[in-house]
Ligand binder design. Structure first.
Ligand SMILES: [Zn+2]
Length: 78
């Protein structure tokens, strides 16, 4: 895990967070992931092991612990 942000050189911390993870057209929310997050700009980093596990979860059916319904909005300039 890198200790400083690639973009702004901010400090990267590892909180436990929920992560929105796109698997093809499916959006999965994965809870209690330990990502690296830049304290300054919010850029997320994942170690290869964490990413692999999220991928594994996303593609195994029947692993959901709950479901959310999500609003889809269309941008319309005034
Ligand atoms: Zn940053």
């Amino acid at each position: 895990m890198r200790a400083s942000c690639y973009f702004c050189k901010g400090k990267v911390v590892e909180p436990v967070a929920s992560v929105d993870f796109w698997w093809g057209d499916d959006l999965k929310i994965i809870e209690t992931v330990p990502p690296g997050i830049c304290q300054q700009c919010g850029e997320k980093y994942f170690s290869p092991e964490v990413y692999k596990e999220m991928e594994r979860l996303a593609k195994s059916p029947g692993r959901a612990v709950s479901r959310l319904s999500v609003d889809v909005l269309r941008y319309s300039p005034a």
